[in-house]
Design a protein around this ligand. Structure first.
Ligand code: ATP
Length: 368
């Protein structure tokens, strides 16, 4: 089963500390939503409010159109899956997965049928009689997922469920989690601080910071068109170039940067173009640097020298020092076939369509 979720103006105070600050979020039935942000940003607090383990100080939670704000966890159509699987060590996998069904009074045969079907869903039907200690970490994770889904929640809440797994297993489980979510169609709300995990599994990512939502969108939107400096920096590596508006005309905006004047398409701006004199920041991903003079429309940024480079298989990751601003260091990914050497001078340019202009100044340049 599945349901939509609506969080309206949720605020949560712990004493004088505001852990969640006026958060509103609409989730469609069957969506895979990832709450992404650094430690302490309020992800778990929001998940706990959805699951009924915490009441918001103000605001409302609707699940399937019904007001659940003050309904106890056990009476909500949600289940929560935690990182420490919490499986019962003395019970078989079948009994572990059937546990919630027993609590709901299902007859033994029906319980076993459902538990087996859910063990099948996670590829562990053949291990139904085994005990949790006979399993690997990834398999225990699957049992916990089967158990959480066996009670047919409308919404499954997952709090860093893959945090304890090593990188390779985590990647594999991300693929499995996504495939299983597609098969069952249940709404999933998944908490992580790992931006790669968020991109691997989410239909939409909600970027959180200091109790607020910074950005919401498809993984590609948040990476390519972030709506805040925090979101841009959290979703991957980015170069932040402070700039000032000179003026706008005919769909183009002239801005002044430490690397010279550049002409940007108005579409580079996430919001309205600020007036002349307004401070902005240009956000450039390392892979968006281009050799100057290529076929696509590009913004020239002068020459830069290569400080160092490292080969990553798909690209060379280089640090560059622009001639026009020797105090600045940029990070660029140069093509696999390039042969960057320390001290080489290159003509820097960036694909015009990939520059994002944000009407925020980086903290270090604010007020100067
Ligand atoms: P993490 O990834 O570390 O779990 P998070 O984004 O899930 O972080 P929360 O657990 O939601 O963060 O906590 C948000 C803030 O609220 C933190 O500063 C935390 O210390 C505080 N907080 C959470 N629960 C309580 C509580 N019961 N009492 C007081 N402060 C709390």
């Amino acid at each position: 089963m599945t349901a939509d979720v609506s969080i309206r103006n949720a605020t949560k105070d712990f004493g004088s500390f505001r852990a969640l600050n006026d958060v509103s979020l609409e989730i469609s039935a069957g969506e895979f939503i990832v709450l992404l942000g650094p430690s302490g940003c309020g992800k778990t607090t929001l998940l706990s409010i959805l699951g009924g383990f915490l009441e918001p100080t103000s605001g409302t939670v609707l699940i399937g159109g019904r007001d659940m704000t003050h309904v106890a966890a056990a009476r909500r159509p949600t289940t929560t899956m935690f990182q420490d699987y919490a499986l019962f060590p003395h019970m078989s996998l079948l009994d572990n997965v059937g546990f919630g069904l027993r609590m709901r009074g299902l007859a033994r045969s029906e319980r076993h049928r459902k538990a087996l079907a859910h063990l099948d869903l996670v590829g562990l039907r053949m291990s139904a009689s085994r005990k949790p200690h006979e399993l690997s970490g990834g398999q225990r994770q699957r049992v916990a997922l089967a158990r959480a889904l066996a009670v047919d929640p409308d919404v499954l809440l997952l709090d860093e469920p893959l945090g304890a797994l090593d990188l390779k297993l985590r990647r594999q489980m991300q693929d499995e989690l996504k495939a299983i979510q597609r098969r069952v169609g249940t709404t999933f709300v998944h908490v992580t601080h790992d931006q790669e995990e968020a991109m691997a599994i989410a239909d939409r990512i909600v970027v959180m910071n200091q109790g607020r939502i910074e950005d919401i969108g498809l993984p590609t939107d948040i990476y390519m068109r972030p709506r805040s400096l925090f979101s841009a920096g959290f979703m991957g590596e980015a170069n932040f170039l402070p700039a000032r508006i000179i003026g706008a005309a005919d769909g183009e905006v002239r801005v002044e940067t430490a690397l010279g004047e550049v002409l940007l398409p108005a579409a580079a701006f996430a919001a309205a173009v600020p007036p002349a004199g307004g401070r902005i920041t240009l956000c450039i991903r390392p892979e968006h640097f281009r050799p100057a003079g290529g076929a696509e429309a590009s913004v020239a940024l002068g020459r830069a020298s290569i400080i160092d480079s490292a080969f990553f298989g798909g690209h060379h990751r280089c640090h560059l020092r622009p001639e026009a601003a020797p105090d600045m260091i940029l990070t660029a990914h140069l093509p696999q076939t390039a042969q960057p050497r320390t001290g080489d001078l290159i003509d820097l340019a960036v694909a015009a369509a990939s520059v994002v202009a944000l009407a925020e100044a980086p903290a270090s340049t604010q007020g100067d």
